[in-house]
Design a protein around this ligand. Structure first.
Ligand code: HEM
Ligand SMILES: *[C@@H]1O[C@H](CO)[C@@H](O)[C@H](O)[C@H]1NC(C)=O
Ligand SMILES: *[C@@H]1O[C@H](CO)[C@@H](O)[C@H](O)[C@H]1NC(C)=O
Ligand SMILES: *[C@@H]1O[C@H](CO)[C@@H](O)[C@H](O)[C@H]1NC(C)=O
Ligand SMILES: *[C@@H]1O[C@H](CO)[C@@H](O)[C@H](O)[C@H]1NC(C)=O
Length: 349
């Protein structure tokens, strides 16, 4: 009896190892099947744990809501929602943190670290950093007075990141509506999705760095953007003077920067969009239509926004992944097998 069960256990152990070996040799693309309640048995408190961290940090730093929800855009556009943007650079890998759009701009990484640390306490090795980003974005919008929605989970974390991919993909604040429509279409996101998702700029701030060209040299004309409301321009001129203003000073993205509402669209209608990429949505008929509709109907905005966030969250690269223990580092480096981790990474890039 005893020996039988030992044999049985040994057999299963052998099977497990074989499966692991087969799996490790399998470098084919993997797409995760995302679903609601993914952690309901493996980590039932996952969602409430993230919520508590988001709420706590908003009390300390109200802007952290905006900063954290922005992660979903910068993560999902660059090789899918895989937390690649959370990886720190290594001697062998230039990650996304210092890319053109992210360097000196993305902030509140430590909020995700805190959520991850708390999750590792209650269910180690279970909840991916990629899923934390998705939950955090939803919670940040909800706690800013915006809509609530159910998030699909089950993503894996990437084994690598690419500064070049981020540079190539992420749009600049100078972008015009034609460019943005084409870019979003590459991700199967419609004009309505583009306008609704840009409504994220209902919360948060931008640096003078992102708007001085609009204020002083739109399209190389040597003149300010004529689409800008003159009173609003005066206000921005004061905040972001040229040539020796401080480009790190911040301006609100809309006139209610801590409230997730449809004020952003009312501001665009009045020529008070902060970024060129915002105001430009009021120029083309395909996007202007939605700016007008959302400025009149907050409910329609919320519905379109939630749909857009779900589509954005569905983007996957098909690359292989893992559940990182620390969102900033791939597991092989955390576990100290430094050489192996580095050579593996090189072969993946
Ligand atoms: C449509 C193309 C987009 C462009 C060109 C763009 C560009 C920008 C820029 C330049 C900033 C300010 C950065 C700085 O000066 O440091 C910003 C802030 C922000 N963006 Fe976007 N963005 C776009 C779409 C989105 C989307 C789709 C989301 C979310 C789903 C988003 C969420 C945010 C948030 C919340 C902030 C404020 C962050 C903070 O206060 O820390 N953006 N964006
Ligand atoms: C929009 O931007 C693209 C790319 O920067 C540029 O080629 C195009 O001429 C611009 N279109 C308009 C109408 O300004
Ligand atoms: C967009 O949709 C097409 C057709 O359904 C699909 O082949 C393609 O992979 C999708 N692209 C992305 C980025 O999801
Ligand atoms: C405005 O932009 C154009 C084109 O980028 C450039 O040639 C010109 O020097 C700029 N003017 C100023 C005052 O910065
Ligand atoms: C520029 O502004 C930022 C943000 O307000 C501030 O932290 C920094 O100290 C300022 N730099 C200078 C040189 O004044």
């Amino acid at each position: 009896m005893f020996s039988t069960s030992t044999a049985t256990i040994s057999f299963f152990f052998f099977l497990l190892i074989s499966l692991a070996a087969i799996h490790a040799g399998d470098n084919g693309p993997s797409y995760s099947k995302l679903r609601h309640g993914y952690y309901s048995t493996t980590c039932p408190d996952a969602e409430i744990t993230v919520k508590n961290v988001i709420r706590k940090n908003m009390i300390i730093d109200p802007r952290s809501a905006a900063s954290v929800m922005r992660f979903q855009f910068h993560d999902c556009f660059v090789n899918g929602c895989d937390a690649s943007m959370l990886l720190d650079d290594t001697p062998n890998m230039l990650g996304e943190k210092e890319s053109l759009s992210n360097g000196g701009s993305l902030r509140s990484y430590e909020v995700i670290d805190e959520a991850k640390a708390n999750l590792e306490q209650i269910c180690p090795g279970v909840v991916s950093c990629a899923d934390i980003i998705i939950m955090a974005a939803r919670d940040a919008v909800l706690f800013s007075g915006g809509p609530d929605w159910a998030v699909k989970l089950g993503r894996k974390d990437s084994l690598t990141a690419s500064q070049k991919d981020s540079d190539d993909i992420m749009p600049t604040p100078r972008a015009n509506a034609t460019y943005l429509l084409n870019l979003f279409q590459k991700f199967n996101l419609s004009a309505k999705d583009l306008v609704a998702l840009s409504g994220s700029h209902s919360i948060g701030k931008a640096r003078c760095f992102s708007i001085v060209f609009r204020l002083y040299n739109q399209s190389g004309s040597g003149l300010p953007d004529p689409a800008m409301n003159p009173e609003y321009r005066k206000k921005l001129d004061k905040l972001c003077p040229m040539p020796d203003g401080n480009l790190s000073v911040t301006v609100d993205l809309d006139s209610t920067p801590e409230l997730f509402d449809n004020q952003y669209f009312k501001d665009l209608v009045n020529g008070k969009g902060s970024l060129n990429s915002d105001q430009t949505l009021f120029t083309l008929p395909e996007t202007r239509k939605y700016v007008e509709r959302f400025s009149r109907g907050e409910k329609e905005f919320y519905e379109a926004f939630v749909k857009g966030m779900i589509r954005l969250g569905d983007l996957q690269s098909g690359r292989s992944g893992e559940i990182r223990r620390n969102c900033r580092v791939v597991n092989q480096l955390v576990l100290g097998r430094r050489t192996e981790g580095v050579s593996r990474k090189t072969s993946l890039t």
